[in-house]
Structure formats: structure tokens, C-alpha cells
Write a protein that binds this ligand. Structure first.
Ligand SMILES: Nc1nc(=O)c2c([nH]1)NC[C@@H]1CN(c3ccc(C(=O)N[C@@H](CCC(=O)O)C(=O)O)cc3)CN21
Ligand SMILES: CC(C)C(=O)C(=O)O
Length: 357
């Protein structure tokens, strides 16, 4: 019997107990993922690429946090996931691991790190566990990667498989296309799914395929299916962080739903900040600044050879920073004789078009 099957069966007596305790978040284990599928409770998966997104995934919490290689596109600006190196992936895995508490932590094996053969797959996956602090790995592919998956599961690295649309092969496949739309390709996907389960995968991502096929594969297998564009009947769902929050600026696949409009908030925040800096309403000297004892300041100025009257003026000006009339009466008293606040405001507003705010 294969390793994860054995673990699942050995722990099956705990099934009902652990699902019943779902109100108090516990560390997600491989057995718990199997429990959720057996109990027909949908499995929630989200990608995360850094410490704060990992914290957000842990706070609610999601069941599985995936350091997806979509990292290449949404976080690092590469045109394709094939550009991502193992070192770059490791750097982000460590940050995500530091912010992860309860979710099971899974990382994508980057393009080229497993294709050469099972030995290379083991070497790269061991680095992801050792140096990336992840608990499981995900690999894209069908029957051609069965030996790789067997090698990984036999040494105790849990594997999430991934079939259907395979982004790492989008160049060879001439783009991101829905898979399994013909009887022949649907058959090939079902065959691959069975083979991956037999090789010991603990779960399988089904990407961009007809909903009927997503349901059919889910019913055929005993391991959970995690769908992304595979319809509502899969055992769980995964979305890319930036797609879910509406921050991704690129193409929106049909399967994407925005659960928040964070991009609009980000744009509003940046524009308001720039405006506040330009019109000097930020920072406020008292609420957002630090003070020095006036006598200390006066004595500092004496060390600088400044007249006492200047020190006195500085103190008054600090007490009433928002009083632009004060600055107008003594414009020369400000270091470098900066232009008056109103002048600056007018000029920058013209340059940046901030009048529209
Ligand atoms: N932001 C983002 N979200 C993702 O889900 C994602 C990434 N990036 N980068 C890596 C891969 C690439 N993925 C993609 C990218 C595009 C489509 C897409 O546009 N699909 C077409 C299908 C058209 C058809 O064959 O009918 C669509 O319109 O939905 C799907 C998955 C999934 N992954
Ligand atoms: C979309 C998910 C499944 C993924 O593979 C990724 O984030 O790279």
C-alpha cells in the first residue's frame, strides 16, 4: 500500500472527531484534508506570496496556503511562470512560512526543477522542505510524472498533483486554454487523474475544464480535487490571491471572481497620500511628529550660533504649524527659505492634476 493511503486509512477513525472540532482552528494535516473530502466539506485554498498574505490566510483561516508559481507573474512581473527559479521560490516560501500558522503549506515546484527525472524532483522538493519550510509540493503534469510523484511520496513528501490547464506548458500549448473539451482529451484527463492518485498524490488540482468533467473526476477519485475553473462539484476551490482581491492588473480568466475591490482602495490611498504630502497637510507636527524640550532646543541653537530670537520664533511656529499666516510673516525663517505652502500647492496641483481629487 502507498504511503498516503496508509496514513489516511490509519487515521480514518479520527475523521468525525476532527471535522466536528472545525470551530477551533487546528493545524491542517494531510489526514484533515482527507477528512474534509470524506465529510463533503469544501476545502478552501488560496495562494500567498509573502509574510502579510500568509498571515491573512492564517487569520481566518484557509485550509491550504499555496505558494503558487503564479508568484512569477502577479508578484515578480515575469511574463510567464516558466521564468521562476527555485531560489526565488524558496525566498518567498520562507516569508510565507513565517506568516503561516494553521493552513497546510504547499509550494509549486518551479518549471524545470522536476522534469529531468525523479532524482531531480526529490532534490528540489527536499530543498523546498529544508530551506523553504513548506510541508508539501505541487507538480503540474499527467502520467509522464508518475515516477516523480512516486519518488516524492515514498520518501514522505506529500504531493498535490495538477492537471487540466498547465500554465508551465502554455507556450507549447499556444496559450491558456480550457482542457478536456473533447471525448478523447476528457478520457486522457480521467486516466491521468487515476494514475496520479495511485502514485500517492494526496490531492489534485483540476484547472480550466468543463464543470461536468470536474464533477466526474471528483466522483471517480478518493483523494480530494481542488478546482480552479473546474465547476462547483470539486472537493475544494483555489484562487490566486490577487484575483480574489481584485488587485491583478492583467487578464481576468472566466473562473475569477473578485471578493473585494482592493485595487480601487490602493489607488485611492496612494493618490490621497501624494496629495497630502504636496499640500503639506501630512504630517501634522503634533499628532505625527516628535517634540524636543524648548530649553534643549534653545540651547542647541546657541551651539549653532543662532540668535535667541530665532529659537523663540521656531517654538511659536511649531506650536502653530498649520498657521500659514505665521510662515508668511517670517518666510525667511524657514531653513532654505522654502516657497509658501500655497504656492507649492498650486504648482504641484497643476503638474499632477490633483485638482480633480
Ligand atoms: N492572476 C493569475 N491568476 C491565475 O489563475 C494564474 C496566473 N495569474 N498565472 C499562472 C496561471 C495562469 N492561469 C491562467 C491564465 C489565463 C487563463 C485564461 O485566460 N483562460 C481563458 C480560457 C479560454 C478558453 O480556452 O476558452 C479564459 O478566458 O478564461 C486561465 C488560467 C492560471 N494561473
Ligand atoms: C492557480 C494555482 C492553482 C497555481 O497553480 C498557481 O498559483 O500557480
Amino acid at each position: 500500500m502507498l504511503p498516503f493511503r496508509a496514513i489516511r486509512h490509519a487515521l480514518s477513525h479520527r475523521r468525525h472527531m476532527s471535522v466536528a472540532q472545525s470551530s477551533s482552528p487546528k493545524k491542517t494535516t494531510i489526514a484533515r484534508i482527507a477528512d474534509l473530502r470524506a465529510s463533503n466539506i469544501p476545502i478552501s485554498v488560496l495562494t500567498a506570496y509573502d509574510f502579510p498574505t500568509a498571515r491573512a490566510c492564517s487569520a481566518h483561516p484557509v485550509d491550504i496556503t499555496l505558494v503558487g508559481d503564479s508568484l512569477a507573474q502577479v508578484c515578480l512581473g515575469y511574463p510567464s511562470t516558466t521564468r521562476l527559479s527555485l531560489d526565488e521560490m524558496l525566498h518567498h516560501c520562507r516569508a510565507v512560512a513565517r506568516g503561516t500558522s494553521t493552513p497546510l503549506l504547499v509550494a509549486d515546484m518551479p518549471f524545470g526543477t522536476y522534469a529531468p527525472g525523479p532524482t531531480d524532483a526529490v532534490r528540489a522538493a527536499v530543498r523546498l522542505v529544508h530551506q523553504g519550510h513548506v510541508e508539501a509540493v505541487k507538480l503540474e503534469g499527467g502520467e509522464e510524472i508518475i515516477p516523480h510523484i512516486s519518488a516524492l511520496t515514498q520518501i514522505g513528501i506529500p504531493v498535490m498533483a495538477h492537471i487540466g490547464l498547465l500554465p508551465q506548458r502554455s507556450t507549447a500549448l499556444s496559450g491558456y486554454r480550457v482542457q478536456g473539451r473533447t471525448a478523447a482529451s476528457a478520457n486522457a484527463l480521467v486516466r491521468a487523474a487515476r494514475a496520479l492518485e495511485n502514485a500517492g498524490a494526496f490531492a489534485i488540482v483540476l484547472e480550466a475544464m468543463p464543470s461536468q468533467l470536474g464533477e466526474y473526476i471528483t466522483r471517480t477519485l478518493t483523494i480530494p480535487t481542488i478546482g480552479i475553473g473546474a465547476g462547483p462539484a470539486t472537493s475544494g476551490q483555489v484562487l490566486v490571491w490577487d484575483d480574489m482581491l481584485g488587485t491583478w492588473h492583467g487578464h481576468k480568466a472566466k473562473f475569477v471572481r473578485h471578493f473585494a475591490d482592493v485595487r480601487k482602495e490602493v489607488e485611492r490611498g496612494v493618490a490621497t497620500y501624494v496629495h497630502a504630502v504636496k499640500d503639506r497637510s501630512f504630517p501634522n507636527a503634533e499628532r505625527e511628529g516628535y517634540a524636543i524640550d524648548p530649553t534643549e532646543w534653545a540651547s542647541f541653537l546657541r551651539t549653532q550660533g543662532q540668535p535667541g530670537e530665532y529659537a523663540e520664533h521656531q517654538r511659536t511656529a511649531t506650536d502653530a504649524t498649520s498657521d500659514s499666516a505665521e510662515m508668511t510673516r517670517h518666510p525667511e525663517s524657514r531653513a532654505g527659505a522654502l516657497p509658501r505652502a500655497n504656492e507649492t500647492d498650486e504648482k504641484t496641483a497643476k503638474k499632477t492634476g490633483l485638482h480633480t481629487l
